[in-house]
Design a protein around this ligand. Structure first.
Ligand code: AHM
Ligand code: MG
Length: 339
């Protein structure tokens, strides 16, 4: 029987990658496969979100006598559980948990990696059937293997990530991840229940025509950011404007679209919240790593996101990310107007 070798599952892909590195232990591949497994389970629940009135309200007990968890809590418990019971992760940090969780058992203490994640980003969009996602970041531990992981393992700058990715629960479900070797996207094929390689070697177009920002905060942005937004709206042959504004309020969906089509996403600081809203470790760092590996750029307005030395697990940062030439334009306008 002829087998269609054009279809490569996530598992096959990670194993194939391993074959290129005969000395690799396979631990990172195992971790990515664990994340893929958790994502499939969360995907099933996300798809049931509209049935909440039938299956039982969140926080209540359903007809089977099971407690119905909020989806973000469900996703958090699921990712944590899969990573804890796997063999590749020594501890996790999550948007849903105040402090990092060190697994501290015989097998986890031997693991090389720690993982940070936002289990369900954009969860305010669940009720209205808008795409949401999971974002994750993987670091190699700096603490001694064989001992429990430490806080320092999680507080490393983004340029030390060994892998990062996201899952988008959208019109189809996709897992996109980056390592130093590049960025690849896998679409969940419901007929076989597997993520299959659909977007090999993703590159972010150097230039795009989409800008994504919350316009409601316009008067709270710095002058430089306001000037850049105005320039996006200007009909100007040199930059191909006016650009199209697209902002759905689910960063995974907004950045995924801009990564594929070219564009810029911004969550700047505001007068009320100078550090913006987004979290460095499990929202900005992973996207910065992915988009930069695809040829784009990510900054906090003055510095590369990946160079920021974190001091706290849940710290926030202003965030600008996207196509290289659009990021250059932003930089030149903000430097001119903010000295
Ligand atoms: P969340 O982690 O509470 O879901 O918040 C993060 C989300 C991002 O996905 C999105 O880009 C942003 O919040 C939208 O915020 P705003 O409504 O302030 O524009
Ligand atoms: Mg979030």
């Amino acid at each position: 029987m002829a087998i269609n070798r054009n279809i490569q599952t996530l598992d096959e892909f990670t194993i194939q990658e391993l074959r290129n590195f005969p000395r690799a232990t396979g631990e990172l591949s195992g971790l990515l496969r664990d994340i893929g497994l958790a994502a499939k389970r969360v995907n099933v629940e996300v798809n049931k979100a509209g049935l909440v009135d039938i299956l039982g309200d969140y926080g209540t007990t359903n007809v089977q006598g099971e407690e119905v968890k909020k989806l973000d809590v469900f996703a958090n418990d699921h990712f944590t559980g899969v990573l804890q019971h796997g063999i590749s992760c020594a501890g996790i940090g999550s948007e849903e948990i105040d402090d990092v969780v060190i697994f501290d058992d015989e097998i986890s203490n031997q693991s090389k990696y720690v993982c940070l994640f936002d289990p369900l980003d954009g969860s305010s969009n669940i009720d209205v059937n808008v795409s949401i996602g999971t974002i994750f970041s993987v670091f190699r531990r700096v603490s001694e293997i064989g001992k429990p992981a430490t806080k320092e393992d999680f507080l490393q700058p983004g340029n030390r990530q060994v892998a990062a990715g996201y899952v988008i629960y959208g019109s189809s479900t996709m897992l996109v991840y980056a390592t130093k070797r590049g960025v690849n996207g896998f679409t969940l094929d419901p007929s076989i229940g597997e993520f299959t390689l659909s977007h090999p070697n993703i590159k972010c177009p150097e230039k795009g025509k989409i800008y994504s920002v919350n316009h409601g905060n316009y008067y709270q942005y710095s002058e430089g950011v306001q000037k850049y937004i105005e320039s996006c709206q200007r009909k100007d042959k040199s930059n191909g404007g006016p650009y199209t504004q697209r902002y759905i309020g689910s960063m995974v969906a907004d950045v995924h679209r801009n990564l594929i089509k070219g564009g810029i996403f911004m969550y700047p600081g505001t007068t009320d919240k100078p550090n913006g809203k987004l979290r460095l470790l499990y929202e900005c760092n992973p996207f910065a790593f992915i988009v930069e590996k695809a040829g784009g750029v990510a900054t906090n307005g003055t510095q590369s996101i990946l160079d920021i030395q974190p001091t706290a697990v849940h710290q926030r940062t202003p965030f600008f990310i996207g196509s290289k030439l659009m990021m250059d334009e932003l930089k030149s306008l903000t430097t001119q107007n903010e000295q």
